[in-house]
Design a protein around this ligand. Structure first.
Ligand SMILES: Cc1cc2nc3c(=O)[nH]c(=O)nc-3n(C[C@H](O)[C@H](O)[C@H](O)COP(=O)(O)OP(=O)(O)OC[C@H]3O[C@@H](n4cnc5c(N)ncnc54)[C@H](O)[C@@H]3O)c2cc1C
Ligand code: FES
Length: 508
């Protein structure tokens, strides 16, 4: 790819719309509910709780809808990969059914809001298809189809898909949907503000003081939001208090490109069951169809050469559709829990008034909405059939236990490998726009030379728990392979769990 093209990227299609802006919090305030994080979870909860008459403050570290929600592919579906057979076996029929139902309810909520408020957000009902290109995965689709049948999920098992992809079978789930997530959530945010919700941007929550009945969210600037309930909707929980979330989840990145093609698109949303992951859908764009092709996932900090992931998606799009225009390319990460169910509910069993929602495993368009409803019921002290299913305090030995062992072994491997790695590159060898792990004063460090020749050298030891960060060539960031913290090339924090910048060793 030409360097000119690299300059114009990354650019997510969703953020091309106009979004409202809000002031920073510059005084102490008192509310019923403080919500930290203005992504799909925070905004849905802010809308629902404001409508319930609660006084809500929504606090966002950057600008609204610029986290993972601004970098999604935005399929609204309960088809979350090959999960139903697994959930049936591990959690039983009732929980598997509740899981499906909670995501279908989320789709119905979006559809209902679109109709009731006339929200123009490119919402359309689509069937979702999961296809297999190998015999092994055809068998898995058949087993998953049996799970659909026993759970009463409306679908079908087909043997072709309408693309030039060597698919041998495809499992269809009927009545799913797609939309423009930011147009929809902007409308929800407007309604929340009209109902009295106050929103603060550029306001980072740093801590929670939790020693009396009313917790206080403390911002980086030392301002306090006193409240009855805190909702942590910051993607990775910014506050842990022995919940040990970093040990119970890992961060996984994915990539997306937006292309135009001359080929007709028949409708429907597609995803491969086998590797490499390929996700396909369209969104309307000025009377044409913009194809969104996603996939190429890997654990954060372990993508080796991240640009290669975009190139792989581009090659796939060219082969299957033929590329007429290529204007968008973006990537983001989502958290995956050990048993693949999200954590939604009290942060720990001792802290009922501090609520959290995380671990959506790349299906947060429905999970974020389901979480908004569930957390609202916690705040309103109401029953909700999904409390037990998503409780962060659950412990399901199988299959989580196996994952704990492998996930922690992976972290230990990175802790060790990072320290012992032999680095031969010298900062002086870097080209403009290039970054690399280097040897600096005899130690491993990270260097980046910007387009003007200015050099930034950082200590690559992650300030969270000490793993060594790797260079992400596509986003020009330092990414930690252990729990997914990300830093800019000059060391500033982009994503947690860490809250402390990398040490800047040299600049100039
Ligand atoms: C490439 C990709 C494609 C995807 N495609 C789909 C899809 O097709 N369908 C689907 O269902 N899901 C999809 N997902 C998943 C979905 O996008 C996410 O699960 C969802 O957006 C997460 O929403 P969130 O509200 O939890 O987090 P976010 O949208 O990240 O919001 C969290 C907010 O909290 C803020 N914040 C963080 N720390 C602090 C702090 N200390 N103080 C204040 N604010 C803070 C952040 O700035 C951010 O704005 C995809 C994910 C990826 C990565
Ligand atoms: S994110 Fe945990 S060690 Fe880096």
């Amino acid at each position: 790819m030409s360097s000119e093209k690299n300059q114009q990227f990354p650019k997510t299609y969703w953020r091309e719309i106009e979004l409202p802006t809000f002031q920073k919090l510059n005084q102490d305030i008192s509310v019923d509910v403080a919500i930290v994080g203005a992504g799909i979870t925070g905004i849905t909860a802010a809308y629902l709780l404001s409508k319930e008459g609660k006084k809500v403050a929504l606090i966002e570290a950057g600008s609204v809808l610029n986290g993972t929600t601004g970098h999604t592919t935005a399929k609204l579906t309960a088809q979350h990969g090959l999960v139903y057979d697994e959930y049936l076996n591990h959690f039983g029929e009732e929980k598997a059914r509740l899981y499906f139902e909670s995501h279908m309810n989320a789709i119905r909520f979006v559809e209902g809001m679109v109709k009731e408020h006339g929200i123009d957000c490119d919402f359309s009902k689509e069937d979702a298809y999961m296809y297999a290109t190998t015999d092994e995965y055809v068998d898995k689709l058949k087993t998953e189809w049996e799970a659909y049948t026993s759970l009463g999920i409306d679908g079908d098992l087909k043997d072709i898909i309408p693309f030039n992809i060597p698919a041998k079978a495809a499992l269809m789930m009927k009545n799913q949907a797609q939309y423009h997530p930011l147009k929809f959530l902007r409308a929800l945010l407007d309604e929340a503000v009209k109902a009295g919700c106050s929103v603060y941007e550029n306001t980072t929550a740093d801590d929670i003081e939790d020693d009396d009945l009313q917790p206080k969210v403390v911002t980086k600037d030392g301002k306090r939001v006193t409240c009855n309930n805190v909702i942590i909707a910051s993607h990775f929980p910014f506050y842990d208090k022995l919940g040990l979330y970093f040990a119970r989840m890992y961060a996984d990145r994915s990539y997306a490109i937006g292309i135009k093609t001359d080929k007709d698109y028949p409708g429907g949303m597609y995803i491969s069951a086998d590797s490499p992951t390929r996700s396909i859908r369209y969104t309307p764009l000025n009377g044409e169809k913009l194809l969104i092709i996603g996939g190429e996932n890997h654990k954060t900090g372990q993508g080796i050469d991240t640009l290669k992931h975009y190139e792989a998606l581009e090659a796939f799009a060219e082969e299957v559709f033929g590329i007429k225009g290529y204007d968008y390319r973006w990537s983001a990460q989502d958290m995956v829990t050990l048993d693949k169910l999200p954590y939604i509910g009290p942060l720990t069993s001792e802290r009922e008034h501090i609520l959290v929602a995380t671990g959506y495993k790349k299906w947060g368009m429905t999970t974020g909405i389901a979480a908004g409803h569930l957390l609202t019921d916690y705040v309103m002290d109401r029953n909700n059939p999904y409390k037990e299913l998503y409780s962060p305090s659950r412990f399901n030995a199988d299959p989580a236990l196996k994952s704990i062992v492998t996930t922690n072994a992976d972290v230990a491997k990175h802790l060790l490998r990072g320290k012992l790695e032999l680095v031969e590159k010298d900062p002086g060898e870097l080209q403009e726009g290039e970054g690399s792990v280097v040897l600096h004063n005899g130690k491993r460090a990270g260097a980046y030379k910007d387009e003007n020749g200015k050099l930034y050298i950082v200590d690559t030891t992650c300030t969270h728990l000490g793993c060594e960060c790797e260079w992400n060539r596509a986003e020009k960031t330092w990414d930690c392979p252990c729990h997914g913290s990300r830093y800019s090339y000059s060391g500033d924090v982009i994503e947690g769990p860490t809250r402390k910048a990398l040490e800047l060793l040299e600049e100039g």
